[in-house]
Design a protein around this ligand. Structure first.
Ligand SMILES: C[S@@+](CC[C@H](N)C(=O)[O-])C[C@H]1O[C@@H](n2cnc3c(N)ncnc32)[C@H](O)[C@@H]1O
Length: 282
């Protein structure tokens, strides 16, 4: 597998993953194309158009393909490894499609649903309340059938299951991650360990950038030659992104433990006056 490590591979996610060995990836993160149906939707959707990929296939075909890719990622991931899958709820002619529909058909244990509050999204119609959330599913590969796995350190778990940061704007790619997203995941899951981080729909390479900055190895895949090349170039200048990384790392702290608060008769709950109080047992 050495030849794939620290590379951005140009190719189809499923076909490329098929060439990989079993059980060698520690952690993965991705945002696949959402099957937004660019032909039938308004100009906002049409403008988020990928370089070469078709984002308009029958929904059943899309869900089957995603299930297959997720199961292939399961195969290449180590037992005890995780995969974070960013998606959103969509509607086609009034019918809702929820990612849980196909996630439940995969081999993964669904460990958590995180709400990503993006604070802003392109939406000018009033069919529904303005949809500014996306979801991030923490998928887990059990070890010998144990679906629970290890606990996160408190300094990571205290960040809560609602993540509030805006999408990235300073990037030519039409739908890039903000660097904070893969940074939070890699730092929380691997903590001070290093591993191999995979993104099978890597786009502008943000997942690999976060992995590199945190001292891990990475493998990125994208069907577009242009995006794969741009991502490689972005990775060469990875140190330009160090400030953003440090900003996120500084949020992983425990100010006072549960025991500290209890001993000083402080509030041991999680919320007071609308503020999160950090009070988990270490
Ligand atoms: C939502 S974007 C990912 C953006 C990425 N998270 C970033 O930070 O830039 C989805 C990517 O999937 C790629 N893609 C679409 N179909 C693909 C396929 N079959 N195999 C691999 N990549 C594909 C597109 O070219 C696009 O770059």
């Amino acid at each position: 597998m050495e030849k794939y490590i620290n590379k951005i591979i140009q190719g189809d996610a499923f076909e490329t993953l098929k060439k990989f060995d079993d059980n060698f990836i520690d952690l993965g993160i991705t945002s696949p194309p959402y099957n937004k149906g660019e032909k039938s939707k308004g100009w906002l959707v049409r403008n988020v158009k990928y370089n070469i990929a078709n984002d308009n296939v029958p929904e059943e075909v899309y869900q089957e393909e995603q299930t297959k890719v997720l199961d292939e990622i399961f195969r290449v991931t180590k037992p005890g490894g995780s995969f974070f899958y960013n998606h959103k709820t969509r509607w086609v002619r009034g019918k809702m499609f929820h990612p849980i529909e196909w996630l439940k058909k995969t081999k993964w244990a669904i460990r958590q649903e995180i709400i990503w509050d993006r604070m802003i999204a392109a939406n000018i119609r009033g069919w529904r309340f303005w949809q500014i959330d996306e979801r991030i599913y923490w998928l887990y590969k059990p070890i010998e059938g144990n679906k629970i796995g290890k606990e996160l350190k408190s300094k990571h778990a205290l960040l809560t299951s609602i993540w509030r940061f805006p999408p990235e704007r300073k990037n030519e790619h039409p739908a890039p991650f903000p660097l904070v997203l893969p940074t939070r995941i890699i730092y929380s899951i691997l903590d001070d360990k290093k591993g191999i981080v995979l993104d099978p729909y890597v786009g502008s390479g943000t997942t690999c950038l976060a992995a590199k900055l945190l001292g891990s190895n990475y493998i990125g895949i994208d069907i577009s030659k242009k995006y794969a090349k741009d991502a490689e170039n972005r990775l060469k200048n990875y140190l330009n992104y160090k400030n953003k990384l440090d900003e996120e790392i500084s949020k992983h702290i425990v100010e006072k433990t549960f025991a500290d608060r209890k001993n000083s008769n402080g509030n041991t709950g999680k919320f007071r006056n609308g503020n999160i109080i950090q009070s988990k047992l270490l």
